[in-house]
Design a protein around this ligand. Structure first.
Ligand code: ADP
Length: 399
């Protein structure tokens, strides 16, 4: 049973062909610079990386290229297009309409177009790719899997902003939350791994990567999350500011003589670790500079830890306790320093980390001691596998 997972960005298309029965990645790759130069990089069975410059003027070209690779026999692969049982499309924003993964029909495409106002760059790319796939893959079932759907269980008291109610009614301004696939995947994995009951647990998931978010999951449902109307809110991230006082925007428009859009762009692309350190958005560069006693890098690091601690603490309060804290994302999976620095602040709820545990070569591992009152686990996220699983499950409902 083979599922093709497609993840369209504003100028990229990531693809993965996954055998869902044995959870094996058969082919994976990325088309980049779509609409400008074009470049495709892919690997077959986790080996034989191939990189080619190839003109990709639009998503039609990119899909054609992916199909050729799937069919390609020159590297000894014989994947017929007919071998694909279903296609899972990652869609950034499902608005309030989509609360779970959904089989794609003509009506669904129209609904997706309506949600696109909320995330124009990403959703429009996904819709384009979906439309090309309808033409190319004809009757192969397709499923839309949303970043926002997992968070649709968040109650109004947590998803509403303190704005006039009609701003929500008219413009749908509310917290949506993102990284849903990752939060769901790692929380399910961690509870299965520890033999805990997912539907009877209080979990805080920290997805710490270039984009970062924390989610409170109670009895299997997301009850709050740090990203909001857009992925800008919440934690300090690689280039994103996370929470700020909104008055700062108006103040800077005046002081810097820039437009509101320019300031919002600065909050998205020039802030966070990069902006504070004046060095880099990459966490490894920050750690290296901290080792050289760089003041701004140390400040960025401390702020990153502090903000994450504040969110975890508030979610423990919201759930009136916590059974497990999960770390994932490039930083959460790989940085011992970050996990330990964050967990130090939770000794008051009985968190105790075993500092002797090494995580290399593990996809999932407990890092708390046997005495710890809260289990702490590292899980390597795999959003594509989660999309493939959701696609498989949704397809199953169709037949
Ligand atoms: P994205 O949000 O783009 O998916 P990732 O989850 O891949 O990002 O995380 C990227 C971040 O993970 C970068 O800041 C990178 O420096 C950090 N990272 C990767 N490996 C390590 C490591 N060994 N130690 C510390 N940070 C790491």
């Amino acid at each position: 049973m083979k599922i093709l997972v497609l993840n369209a960005g504003s100028s990229t298309l990531k693809f993965k062909l996954i055998d869902i029965i044995c959870e094996e990645e058969l082919i994976s790759g990325i088309c980049e610079k779509i609409g400008t130069d074009g470049c495709i990089t892919y690997e077959v069975g986790n080996v034989n990386v191939t990189k080619k410059d190839i003109i990709l003027k639009d998503y039609d070209d990119a899909i054609e290229c992916v199909v050729k690779i799937l069919r390609n026999n020159s590297e000894g692969v014989s994947q017929s297009i007919l071998d694909i049982d279903a296609i899972g499309h990652r869609v950034a924003h499902g608005g309030e309409k989509f609360t779970s993964s959904t089989i794609i029909t003509e009506e669904v495409i129209q609904e997706l177009e309506k949600c696109s106002e909320l995330a124009p760059l990403h959703n429009l790319a996904s819709i384009k790719v979906i439309k090309v796939c309808v033409e190319v893959f004809k009757d192969i079932p397709m499923v839309a899997v949303f970043d926002t759907a997992f968070h649709q269980t968040i109650p109004p008291k947590a998803f509403m902003y303190g704005l006039p109610y009609d701003v929500y009614e008219k413009y749908k301004v509310r917290r949506y939350g993102f990284h849903g696939m990752s939060h769901k995947y790692v929380s399910v994995m961690a509870t299965e791994f520890l033999g805990m009951k997912y539907l009877k647990s209080k979990i805080v998931v920290c997805h710490l990567g270039n984009g970062s978010s924390v989610t409170a999951i109670q009895n299997g449902e997301s009850v709050d999350t740090s990203m909001g109307f857009t992925p800008l809110e919440g934690l300090i991230m690689g280039t994103r500011s996370g929470d700020i006082d909104p008055s700062i925007i108006g103040y800077l428009v005046e002081k810097m003589g820039k437009s509101c859009q320019d300031i919002v762009k600065m909050l998205n692309t020039e802030s966070g670790l990069k902006g504070i350190s004046q060095l880099s958005n990459d966490f490894r560069d920050i750690l290296e500079a901290v080792n050289q006693n760089d003041y701004k890098a140390k400040l960025a690091l401390d702020m990153f830890v502090y903000r994450t601690v504040k969110y975890i603490g508030s979610y423990i309060a919201v759930m009136n306790g916590v059974d497990m804290i999960v770390f994932t994302g490039g930083i959460g999976e790989n940085s011992t320093y970050i996990r330990e620095a964050i967990c130090e602040n939770f000794s008051y709820v009985g968190v105790e980390i075993d500092k002797t545990i090494k995580l290399e070569n593990y996809n999932c591992r407990e890092i708390s001691t046997a005495k710890s009152k809260v289990r702490v686990v590292m899980v390597r996220t795999n959003e594509e596998l989660m999309i493939a699983k959701e696609t498989y499950a949704a397809r199953g409902k169709m037949i």
